[in-house]
Design a protein around this ligand. Structure first.
Ligand code: FES
Length: 164
């Protein structure tokens, strides 16, 4: 571990990452990269800076570029500040055929933002994502760890109200 990631990664984050690493062989620390990045992202208000991604890569003894590949591949990581609730609407084929565009349009209108934008009060960020592997419940979105399925505009309004 370098001095840099001792400073950047909090003691809490390092302890949590270490707990995850007990699941993998000692020489395969990089196997914990998804969880480690999520731990750091959560601790830092929902997004990752270059410095934090580098610190995670260094901590796991993996190339920094490999950590970036993970961050840029998965939509659950954010490289810029986001709202308290990130609404990830699936617009892939099954959801599209089940009305995801209507959901997206409704959210844009209700929140007065476009895709990849955040409301001025910092509450919501709206994003379109690829298949969330729950096609039978289309259309849907997820916010944090929760999936909201079989959506219609009335359900969306109720969910937004609940989160406000
Ligand atoms: S297409 Fe939307 S969950 Fe699969």
């Amino acid at each position: 571990m370098t001095e840099t990631n001792q400073t950047i990664l909090s003691a809490t984050a390092r302890a949590e990452i270490d707990r995850w690493l007990t699941r993998y062989p000692a020489d395969q620390k990089r196997s914990g990269v998804l969880q480690a990045l999520m731990i750091v992202q959560t601790e830092n208000g929902g997004w990752l800076t270059e410095e934090w991604v580098n610190a995670v890569a260094d901590y796991l003894d993996m190339p920094r570029i490999a950590a970036y590949e993970v961050v840029s591949f998965y939509s659950l990581y954010n490289l810029k500040p986001v709202g308290r609730h990130v609404i990830n609407v699936c617009t892939n084929i099954s959801c599209m055929l089940s009305g995801s565009q209507k959901i997206v349009d409704h959210l844009k209108k209700r929140l007065e933002i476009g895709i990849n934008e955040t409301t001025s009060d910092g509450k919501f960020t709206l994003r379109e994502v690829e298949c969330l592997a729950a096609c039978a419940a289309a259309p849907l979105f997820h916010i944090g760890k929760k999936y909201y399925e079989n959506l219609n505009t009335e359900k969306v309004d109720a969910i937004l109200k609940e989160l406000e």
